[in-house]
Each structure stands twice: as C-alpha cells, then as structure tokens.
Ligand binder design. Structure first.
Ligand code: NAD
Length: 360
C-alpha cells in the first residue's frame, strides 16, 4: 500500500454484544457450507437448529457442535436461549416461518430471495414492522471483500465520479447442488444475479431504469434462464452492466468487477465462483490519479465470499439491535433489490426499459 492513510476497510463491523443465541431453521446446503462455518469463525453462539428432516438437523448439529436439535420450529421459538432466528429454507417456505417468528417477537435473519413473489416479500416486511421486530436479509455479497473494498474507495472519492460499473461472470454452475432450483421459472436473476443487483445498490443506490435480456443454453438441465445481460441506468450518466453465463465449460472462466471513474479504476475478482464451493480468495486492484505520485494498489485477500461474507448480515443485525437502528439489509431495503429483479423480468417480457418503481 502506497498511502498509509488508505485502507480498504472491508471487514464486517461487529458490536460489543456478540453472544446472541442463534436458532437456525433449515439444515441444508448453505447452512452447512456458509452459515455455520462463518458463525464458528466469528465466535457467534448457535443455540440450536431444526429442520423438517430430523436426520439432517442432527447431522449438522454433530458436525458443528450445535448443542440443541429442536423437534419443531415451535420448540425452537419457545426456547428463551434463541434470541435471533436464522431462516435458511427455500423462499416459498419463508413466509410461514416469518409469521411464527414475528408472533414470537424474535429478531430474524431471512435468506435471499426474501420471497419468490414481490407480494410475498412485502407481506414479510409488513409482518416484521407490525410486530416491531428487526428483520435482516442475508444479502451477504455486499460484504464480499471485493465489493466492500470498492465501496470504501467509491465513498472516499478515490475513483472520482463513477462512470461505468461492470460485473462479468462467465462460469460453470453445477446445478445439482441445488436440485430444488431445477424447476423454478426464473433462475439466474432471482437466485444468482440478485447478489450483483444488491451489491450494485450498496455501491451506487437505486438506478432509474433496468434493461434485461435472457436466454437458456442448448441442452441445459434447469428450466429457468442461465444466461442474462442486464443494464442499469443511473441519473448522472453512470451505467452498470451485469452479464452472467452459467454454462462456460472451458477453462477460461472468470467472475470480475470493474468500476471506472473520472479519477480512478477499481478491478476485482470474485474468487469463489472460479471453482464453487472451494474457490479462491478475491483479488482487488485499483489505480487513482487523486494521489501524488499516481497511486496504484493490488491485493489478494485472506478471506472469501463464502463463508466470510456471511458474518456481515447477521453481525450487522446484532449491531442494529444494540444501536436501536434498522439493519443495513433490512426488509424494506431488500424490497428495492427485489424491485430490480422483478423489473428485469418485466423488461424481458415486455422488451423495454422498466423503472423499479413500476414494481409495486
Ligand atoms: N449465497 C447465498 O446467499 C445463498 C446460497 C445458496 C442458497 N441460498 C438460499 O438459502 C436457502 C436454502 O438453500 P439451500 O441450498 O441450503 O437449500 P436446501 O434444500 O439444501 O436446504 C433447505 C433445508 O430447509 C429445510 N426446510 C424447508 N422448509 C422447512 C421448514 N418449514 N421448517 C424447517 N425446515 C425446513 C429442508 O428440509 C432443507 O433441509 C434458499 O433460499 C437459497 O436461495 C443462499
């Protein structure tokens, strides 16, 4: 690093109280691959776990030394040791669980997408607001090292006025890891690009308009779209492109971020996607003319999107409880991300640019 005052400030910020008892609903792939490894790394307290499959809950509890396996969601919610409910089930099962958790007046972390319908997501947000409980959404890519570092640079003005942002992801996705995704109508935008949309929102706010186009790949297993191109138009001339292809069988795979500004350029890679779920650490580099001599910097992180970024949303929820504020990825905030997803689908269906506010 050439400038001692310049740090990337990318790590999640934790509050003073970190020992909230976490009760996990769902003992599936993502809980085992990311939630529990992240909580172990952060030193968080997991009070217990439940799943429709008692066997999966028990096996997960054994792997991660979780003290209690609950017979049911009701039993989990009734335990005073559970202070935060962490839901990780397919989105169409989330609303019923939120109904129960909000009735029990417990703060909760929901998985993304909050719901597969916009009305369902609105109902979840309404339930939490009516019960006066804090709800955060696990849009953890905002805490990915490359995204967070870029945000630090953008916020501190090192790039000047951002003019273009590009997320270009050309990978091979093994869909059998998520068999329940094989039959959904909307695939990439709703379940994958939603991370990029939310990350771009965390960097630049809500765009004015969304253009999107999508396609399948010859012979693909899933029903939904596996190739998408989406453009966000922002008021001051900034344009963002999110291009995703899940069918790249060659060795030339990549997952990159690039932000061009009037005074600087930031470039990064999302290491996880080069070989999911093993991956490799993100890389990040930038150059800025705002420093003399011309500043340039290159970094390879110790952390990875998965599991490290998963410390972000729940850590922020804990701080939000402590500080009496809304979490950064609150339900209300997440509705804006979902507006972008649904605007993209509408853009595809109607072959036009769609303003996010059209989604109500
Ligand atoms: N990076 C990410 O943020 C990321 C990555 C993968 C998956 N996800 C999300 O996580 C969620 C779960 O995905 P997964 O791949 O782990 O699925 P999964 O099918 O592997 O696991 C889901 C588990 O939830 C259990 N379950 C379902 N309904 C339940 C209920 N009502 N009560 C108790 N248990 C219930 C199932 O039995 C299953 O074990 C999805 O919403 C998905 O979109 C997020």
């Amino acid at each position: 690093m050439h400038d001692p005052d310049l740090d990337l400030d990318y790590r999640p910020k934790l509050g003073a109280k970190r020992d909230y008892g976490i009760g996990i609903v769902g003992a599936g792939a993502i809980v085992n691959a990311a939630h529990l490894p992240a909580y172990r790394k952060a030193g968080f307290t997991v009070a217990g776990i439940t799943d429709l499959s008692r066997e999966k809950a028990s096996e997960t509890a054994r792997r991660f030394e979780v003290p209690t396996v609950y017979e049911s969601v009701d039993a989990l919610l009734a335990d005073p040791a559970v202070e935060i409910v962490d839901i990780a089930v397919p989105p169409w099962n989330q609303l019923d669980l939120v109904r129960k958790a909000t009735a029990a007046r417990k703060p909760l972390l929901c998985q993304k997408p909050l719901s597969d319908t916009y009305a369902g997501a609105q109902e979840i947000v309404r339930l939490a607001q009516a019960a006066g409980v804090k709800l955060a959404v696990n849009q953890q890519m905002r805490w990915d090292q490359t995204i967070r570092s870029a945000r630090t640079l953008v916020t501190r003005g090192w790039l000047g006025t951002p003019t273009a942002a590009t997320i270009d992801v050309n990978i091979l996705t093994e869909w059998s890891v998520w068999p329940w995704l094989l039959t959904v109508d909307g695939l990439d935008l709703m379940y994958h690009s939603i991370h990029y949309f939310d990350s771009l929102r965390s960097l630049f706010g809500q765009p004015d308009r969304v253009w999107s186009s999508c396609s399948a790949y010859p012979g693909q297993a899933p029903k939904g779209e596996t190739r998408t191109i989406t453009v966000f138009e922002y008021p001051a001339g900034l344009r963002a492109l999110v291009a995703v292809n899940h069918n790249n069988w060659t060795d030339d795979r990549y997952a990159t971020l690039r932000i061009d500004g009037t005074d600087g350029l930031a470039k990064g890679t999302f290491g996880l996607l080069y070989n999911y779920p093993y991956g490799r650490p993100d890389t990040f580099e930038f150059t800025s003319k705002k420093a003399y001599p011309h500043l340039s910097f290159s970094h390879r992180f110790e952390e990875m999107w998965l599991p490290d970024a998963f410390i972000g949303p729940i850590g922020d929820l804990m701080r939000a409880i402590e500080e009496g504020r809304e979490p950064e990825t609150s339900g209300a905030d997440n509705l804006k991300t979902l507006q972008l997803v649904h605007a993209a689908y509408r853009s595809i269906a109607e072959k036009r640019a769609v303003a996010p506010d059209e989604i109500v």
